[in-house]
Design a protein around this ligand. Structure first.
Ligand SMILES: O=C(O)CCC(=O)C(=O)O
Length: 330
């Protein structure tokens, strides 16, 4: 019921009756979850040398996260990318940091829904290593420096799920203490942890009512519920749901399924790459509601994205529009 009302809110955003009904259903869910007592903190499976067939059967099809223990330890990126190495190669270039509402801290986004800033790469590296607060998240840096892509084992990344459909690569780099708040998205992904230590927390989408994301129809959903349980007054019941946790070391690769909520904290200066892919079965099975929102009511919807990607391709400024992440065809 909560999911259905959440879906409808995308069509009728100003309806106070929908808002009231959703609030009432949420209270019932909270009471039910609380009656089960405190939630547990469980460890995400950590598997060494997991075969592609076992990965698909146990984790991909069942929508469970897993750490592929040290699976990327021998990759060129893990052996060669260090802050000094990247400074030597790209230090003089200018990069762009983009902070999106809900995926960054409030103070990073200021008062717009998105805030971007250009900065010299060397200067950015200095502040990451010095413990500064600027965090590069979801960056298309590998489009700017495509030679870096060769340092990831793309055959492995495509071989595990068994397809290379819509694979997108996004770059992350941040200092100790930087974090990405709780969010989820339609694409499952591998996260290759190249440098530093990262702590992740995960929650299945079953608890949408507890997390109570705003119905914005973005390509992701976000919630301000704090993994450290500091705002239980706004998110009652959050302490009563089972959460999963994982700490990633350099060379570890995480698999995160479609619509699995997660938040991340860097424990030291980190470099990582997110490799998103398409897995329609998981997108539907993990949340029919959220997938329907993305397809029909999103901002932009998948239908609109497909229209501008494949049909209406003659827009004058198309190259400057971020309609959809570029797909690497390598
Ligand atoms: O590493 C991070 O800070 C966030 C990664 C993440 O949330 C993602 O790739 O979806």
């Amino acid at each position: 019921m909560f999911s259905a009302l959440f879906f409808l809110q995308h069509w009728f955003p100003t309806s106070t009756s929908l808002q009231r009904r959703k609030g009432a259903v949420r209270q019932r869910v909270i009471a039910h979850v609380r009656s089960g007592g405190k939630g547990r903190l469980l460890n995400v499976d950590r598997r060494k040398d997991l075969s592609a067939s076992e990965f698909r059967a146990r984790y991909l099809r069942r929508g469970l996260p897993v750490i592929l223990d040290g699976a990327g330890r021998d990759w060129t990126c893990t052996r060669e990318w260090s802050f000094d190495n990247l400074r030597r190669r790209f230090g003089n270039e200018t990069i762009k940091l983009v902070q999106r509402n809900g995926l960054a801290l409030d103070e990073e986004v200021v008062d717009a829904s998105e805030f971007s800033e250009e900065i010299n790469f060397s200067e950015f590296l200095d502040q990451v290593q010095g413990g500064g607060a600027k965090y590069m998240r979801f960056s298309p840096l590998l489009e700017k420096w495509p030679e870096l892509l060769n340092d990831l084992d793309q055959r492995f990344l495509q071989g595990m799920p068994g397809n290379s459909w819509g694979m997108t690569y996004q770059f992350f780099m941040g200092g100790p203490g930087t974090l990405t708040p709780l969010h989820n998205a339609i694409t499952p992904f591998f996260f290759v942890n190249i440098c530093g230590v990262k702590r992740w927390q995960f929650l299945p989408n079953t608890y949408l009512a507890i997390l109570d994301p705003p119905p914005e129809g973005l390509t992701y959903n976000h919630s301000a519920a704090d993994h450290a349980l500091s705002n239980l007054d706004r998110y009652p019941g959050f302490d009563c749901i089972d959460r999963m946790e994982a700490v990633m070391q350099p060379g570890d690769i995480l698999f995160n399924p479609s619509w699995m909520w997660h938040c991340v904290q860097n424990k030291s200066p980190t470099i990582g790459v997110r490799c998103g892919f398409v897995y329609p079965l998981g997108m539907l099975r993990e949340s029919m509601t959220l997938t329907s929102v993305r397809a029909f009511a999103g901002n932009p919807s998948m239908l609109k994205t497909a229209w501008y990607s494949f049909v209406k391709t003659d827009l004058p400024d198309r190259g400057n529009l971020l309609l959809t992440p570029k797909v690497f065809t390598k």
